[in-house]
Design a protein around this ligand. Sequence first.
Ligand SMILES: [Ca+2]
Ligand SMILES: [Ca+2]
Ligand SMILES: [Ca+2]
Ligand SMILES: [Ca+2]
Length: 140
Amino acid sequence: MKRLLIFQAIFFIVIALPLYSQSREDDTNSDGKTDRWVSLSGGHVTEVSLDKNFDGNIDYIVKYNKNGNKTEEHQDYNLDGKLDDFYFYSNGKMIRREIDSNYDEKVDIWVYLDGVYINKYEKDTDFDGEVDVVKDYTKE
Ligand SMILES: [Ca+2]
Ligand SMILES: [Ca+2]
Ligand SMILES: [Ca+2]
Ligand SMILES: [Ca+2]
């Protein structure tokens, strides 16, 4: 019995531990280029990045916390290689969405949510970095 436990301990250190925390890369369409990256920590998936249209640029990222709850999603909506649509979650609920609507790599729309309900909306209409329109639905 003792021998078996030692064997199991060695197995854990040599085999299981490196698998426990690591990153994985996959070529899902077999074109020789990686299009899926999976990061693991403590045996849990913490981040997945995808190149959905196989052009070499990541166009979707999802992040998870230790409990397996989604915390963030990033998306490249117009597939120009730059992420432009960001979702933030807390306890499984969407709390904020940030959008770069003119694709200049600067967020210009901020939507504050409580799940599906919009609490507040901010927009930088002339894209100078300053908010021009604020709609606070919690005050109406
Ligand atoms: Ca590929
Ligand atoms: Ca892509
Ligand atoms: Ca983009
Ligand atoms: Ca912008």
